[in-house]
Design a protein around this ligand. Structure first.
Ligand code: V47
Ligand code: SF4
Length: 363
């Protein structure tokens, strides 16, 4: 048991007081947490928040990822997934391919997570038609489709506003946006890793528009590349400020940068300790976002299990087939079954709870 005296001794006494009182931590507090070398103490602090919100529960969902194309015009420097049109390894799914992938899932998914590259000419109407067909076959599934980056891309190629894109997608049953594309908001750093991508202000604007139309959305941060600790804290601060205004973020996913197949080379790649530290600090800084996801695909299953003791309360789900992380060199499995997910969560001392896409518990 870590005592108040111990937190005082390691310089975290006032932060402990704030956490116990439910007060917002400042960016300076975030810096103090990053400077702390006692990982166990950070895990204990994050677990106070995690247990206050979710007790002993750890959530998972029966989901299916669909990556519809890897042809992309953005050329982000960290990305090992994207290809040029016609390049070896490029792919583009048809409506039938999408349906066949769903039919081949071992269990009917409750959440269908659709993301891909910014393809120069797949029209929005292709997705409108495809989603109508998907909803007809899987009415119980929530469609969680397209990052804000893809929404902006559709707006551009269709010559309409991002809000109109969101309205059209809502009309065919899309209810959630995944959190990808946020990367790191700080403009100078963002320019170094993804100069052509939608900027941070517009990423946040599109999520605000989605929230105003009744979507719930997720948010992410890609860390462990060329960003500084100040960039990470700025990113978390911008997310929680946006949440104060529009309130629709449900879950934050910290994404550790996988370097193996990436053209972006890093002198000091992330350690497992940096990963857990950032997960714990995310839980502590994001006081108004209910869930923190331990995304086992990028973290590895073992590190995702450890993350449950560092503030994470969600294990994502079955996934079934994933390309973005695996093309970058992820060593994790392609899919996990319900039983495996439950056993992994139980093995860490938590209670597995099946959820739907919106985190409603399924009894
Ligand atoms: O936006 C790309 C990241 C994201 C690499 O909302 C990389 O529930 C690490 O956002 N190393 C897509 N990360 C994945 C994503 C996501 C995943 C699971 C659940 C949810 C959700 C969202 O993957 C991209 C980018 O930030 N990414 N390349 C890489 N080499
Ligand atoms: Fe395209 Fe996304 Fe890869 Fe960037 S991260 S190149 S937007 S697929």
């Amino acid at each position: 048991m870590i005592t108040k005296e111990y937190f005082e001794k390691i310089g975290l006494g006032s932060i402990l007081d704030k956490v116990l009182a439910g007060e917002r931590l400042s960016i300076a507090d975030g810096r103090t947490l990053y400077d702390c070398t006692d990982l166990t103490a950070l895990g204990a602090l994050a677990s106070i928040v995690r247990r206050k919100l979710h007790g002993n529960k750890t959530f998972y969902v029966l989901n299916r990822h669909i990556n519809y194309t890897n042809i992309c015009i953005n050329g982000c420097k960290f990305c090992a997934y994207a290809r040029e049109r016609g390049e070896d390894g490029s792919f583009q799914l048809s409506q039938n391919d999408i349906l066949e992938k769903l039919r081949s899932a071992p269990v009917a998914p409750r959440e269908i997570h659709v993301v891909g590259g910014c393809h120069p000419d797949i029209p929005l109407s292709f997705f409108e038609k495809s989603f109508i067909a998907v909803k007809k076959e899987y009415p119980q599934a929530t469609l969680k489709c397209f990052t804000a980056v893809e929404i902006a891309h559709f707006a551009e190629i269709e010559g309409i506003s991002s809000k109109e894109v969101l309205e059209k997608l809502r009309a065919v049953g899309v209810e959630m946006l995944p959190g990808g594309g946020a990367e790191i908001f700080a403009p100078e750093t963002r320019n170094k890793i993804c100069p052509k991508k939608l900027d941070g202000d517009n990423w946040l604007r599109i999520h605000e528009e989605a929230h105003s139309l009744g979507y719930t959305t997720n948010c992410t941060m890609l860390f462990g590349h060329v960003e500084s600790v100040a960039d990470r804290l700025d990113h978390l601060d911008q997310l929680r400020k946006q949440q104060d205004v529009s309130g629709g973020f449900n879950c934050f996913i910290p994404l550790p940068f996988l370097t193996e197949n990436s053209a972006l080379k890093i002198d000091n790649p992330l350690t497992g300790i940096d990963e857990l530290k950032t997960i714990a600090i995310s839980r502590l800084m994001l006081d108004n976002i209910p869930h923190i996801k331990a995304y086992w695909v990028m973290l590895t299953v073992k590190q995702a299990q450890a993350a449950l003791h560092y503030g994470a309360d969600d294990f994502d789900g079955t996934v079934v087939e994933e390309k973005i992380g695996h093309m970058a060199g992820a060593s994790s499995e392609q899919a996990l079954g319900r039983k495996e997910l439950e056993e992994m969560i139980l093995g860490c001392g938590f209670v597995p709870v099946e959820r739907d896409a919106a985190f409603n518990e399924i009894s």
